[in-house]
Structures are given as structure tokens and as C-alpha cells.
Design a protein around this ligand. Structure first.
Ligand SMILES: [Zn+2]
Length: 369
């Protein structure tokens, strides 16, 4: 009897050990994690630290809008305990590769809980959505501030003349120019984004949510190290707070009326919302699309009319459009912005923190010339 129980226990232990080797990590093993693209990869590395072994699918300077996964990617996905994606229909190629790789792990959507920008002009919906979150989640101070800021911008506030002007200016930019509005609608139907703008990482406010989601995803698959993940996240959130203050101070030197610029594809709506800048983009929200001749003509007309200060290249877009616009309007090319991908290690935007700062510095120096 005693012998039998021992034998049975031994058998169970062997099975557990056998499974353990294949699917769970022991104390010294790193947790296999996959991030969909370079910006997420950097954030996940910051939070995961030495506990994880990360594979980033779309590498530095790669364009996640038009990516084709490789057999190597499938292998990494098959082994992963945790997959972290942006969401908001950004990784259209992901469902297929997950299926073919027979992914069994946990998926975390980094953008869950952010205040989403919908394509087309829908500030009211956006605002309502925000309200909901505001009540649900009393702990997130930055959301409160953001909300208050929003309110100021959208309702009349006689005490704040400057803000009021800002509001009027903003409205003018979005409603007066019918060409521009039409273009927005076109874009909304043209692309396979189901009406949401995926480029949420271009807002530091949103990235704070990304970091919290990443920390909770890692804690979920590796509860033993949950404290470390939370600590790493807290440390990184502090860096984000500092950077946010620093960058706002830099942009505050530029009058609101001068904060207009052109990029090839429409990747900066969240950035624009945080920093009160207007971006105009011939390509729409995906690099997949091509700018039509009428789009180009409308933009050139608008640049001349609005005296847009600078046009910018991107590391992942069709920069010929920008060269053409610059030639036809005398608008200066203000440099290169990193919209949806980090630079390689030698480049100026090899981490998320460097990327956002580099973009702001590039914009500020172009608009102050
Ligand atoms: Zn994009």
C-alpha cells in the first residue's frame, strides 16, 4: 500500500517535471516573451528586466503596417508564454501567425484602457468615452488632468482667454477647411483600421497605461517576480513623468498658431492631442495607402494658405511625397521623425524615451527657425 502511493507520487512528479521542461520556467530560466514591434519591445524590456527573454517581431526601422511574419517569428511565438501587442487593429498580420504557430500563451493588449482616437471627427464620442473612464478609475491622476484639460479646450471658459483662443483656433483648423474634413472621412473608410487610430504610443499619457498593462501581464505569467515587475514599471513611469514635463516646457516656447506641420502618414494624432500641434498627412493612417493626386493638391494648397512651417520625413514612410511637397511650396524639410518604429542602436531613437524626445527636439528646432 505504502509502496503503491509512493510509486504513484513519483509518476505524478515525473509528469509534472516533463511538462515543466517544455512549458514552464524554473527559477533560473527567463520567461519567453514576444512583443509585436520595436517600441513595445523596448517598453517590455524596461519592465521585464533580467527576468525575461524577449523577441521583437518587427525590428527597428521596420514598418508594422506592412509586415510579413517569418518562420523564425512563428518559432518564437510558439515558445512564448506571453505575447504583447499594441492592439487597435495595428497588427493585422497577427491572427494568422498565431494560428499557424499554435500559440498557447497569454496575450496582453498594451493599449487596453487608453482614451482611443477614432478616425473621422468624433471628439464627442471620444469625450464621452473618457468620462466613463474618469468615473471608473479614480486612481489615475494623469487621466483627471487630461480630462480637465479637454474640458477647457472644448467648453467656453471666459477666464482663460488664451485657452479660449486656442479652442477657436483648433475648431477652425478642423472644421473650416472642408477639403481637410473630406480627406479625414476618406481615410476612415479607405483603411482596415475599423475606425480607430492605432498610433497610441505617440502619447506619453497612453504609454503610462501601456507600461501598467505590461507589468500586469508579466506578473500574471510570472507571479514569483511580480514585485520586480511592479518596481521596474514604477521606475519607468517616473521617467515618463519627468520627460513629459520637460517636453511640454520645450513646446510651450512655440506659439499655438505656428504648431502646424506635415508628415507622410498620419501617425501623430495622439501626440498632437497631448502637445496641441496640428499634423497634416497625405497618406492617411497606414503607410499601405498611397496619397492621391487630389490629396496632394489639397495639401499643397493648404500649406500655402496656412503657411505651414515645416514638412518632415519619417523613418518608415514614403518620403518622396515630402520631397515633392517641399519643392512645390518652399516649405523646409525639418528632418526625420520616428513615427512607428525605433531607430537601430546607433540611431538617435533607439529607445522609446529617446524617440519621443528626438521627435520633439526635431519639431521645435524646425518650427523656431
Ligand atoms: Zn503608422
Amino acid at each position: 500500500m505504502t509502496f503503491k502511493i509512493t510509486k504513484k507520487a513519483y509518476l505524478i512528479a515525473s509528469i509534472a517535471l516533463g511538462l515543466g521542461v517544455n512549458t514552464t520556467a524554473f527559477a533560473n530560466d527567463k520567461i519567453p516573451v514576444v512583443a509585436s514591434f520595436s517600441i513595445l519591445g523596448d517598453l517590455v524590456s524596461e519592465v521585464g528586466g533580467s527576468h525575461i527573454d524577449i523577441t521583437t517581431l518587427v525590428k527597428a526601422n521596420g514598418d508594422a503596417h506592412v509586415y510579413s511574419p517569418t518562420p523564425k517569428d512563428a518559432l518564437a511565438i510558439r515558445k512564448a508564454k506571453l505575447l504583447i501587442v499594441n492592439g487597435l487593429n495595428f497588427e493585422g498580420w497577427m491572427p494568422r501567425i498565431l494560428e499557424s504557430a499554435h500559440f498557447q500563451g497569454t496575450t496582453i493588449v498594451a493599449s487596453d484602457g487608453i482614451n482611443v482616437i477614432t478616425l473621422g471627427d468624433d471628439e464627442h464620442e471620444d469625450h464621452a468615452d473618457h468620462d466613463e473612464k474618469h468615473h471608473e478609475d479614480a486612481d489615475h491622476d494623469e487621466k483627471h488632468e487630461d480630462h480637465a484639460d479637454h474640458d477647457e479646450m472644448h467648453h467656453e471658459d471666459a477666464d482663460h482667454d488664451e485657452k479660449h483662443e486656442d479652442h477657436a483656433d483648433h475648431d477652425e483648423m478642423h472644421h473650416e477647411d472642408t477639403d481637410h474634413d473630406e480627406k479625414h472621412e476618406e481615410h476612415a473608410s479607405e483603411h482596415h483600421h475599423d475606425g480607430v487610430d492605432p498610433h497610441a504610443w505617440n502619447s506619453i499619457i497612453n504609454v503610462k497605461t501601456y507600461v501598467k498593462n505590461i507589468a500586469s501581464g508579466l506578473s500574471q505569467v510570472d507571479p514569483e517576480n511580480a514585485n520586480d515587475y511592479q518596481q521596474n514599471a514604477q521606475g519607468y513611469l517616473q521617467k515618463l513623468d519627468k520627460l513629459e514635463i520637460k517636453l511640454h516646457a520645450k513646446l510651450d516656447t512655440i506659439p499655438l498658431s505656428q504648431r502646424k506641420l506635415i508628415t507622410p502618414h498620419d501617425a501623430f494624432a495622439y501626440f498632437a492631442r497631448d502637445f496641441k500641434i496640428e499634423f497634416i498627412a497625405p497618406q492617411g493612417t497606414s503607410t499601405e495607402s498611397e496619397a492621391s493626386a487630389s490629396d496632394m493638391a489639397a495639401i499643397i494648397k493648404q500649406i500655402r494658405k496656412d503657411k505651414v512651417g515645416a514638412v518632415f520625413m519619417e523613418n518608415i514612410a514614403d518620403n518622396r511625397i515630402i520631397e515633392q511637397i517641399s519643392q512645390e511650396t518652399d516649405a523646409k524639410i525639418g528632418g526625420e521623425l520616428f513615427s512607428g518604429s525605433l531607430s537601430d542602436k546607433q540611431g538617435p531613437a533607439s529607445t522609446y524615451l529617446k524617440m519621443i524626445e528626438y521627435n520633439v527636439n526635431t519639431i521645435v528646432s524646425a518650427l523656431t527657425k
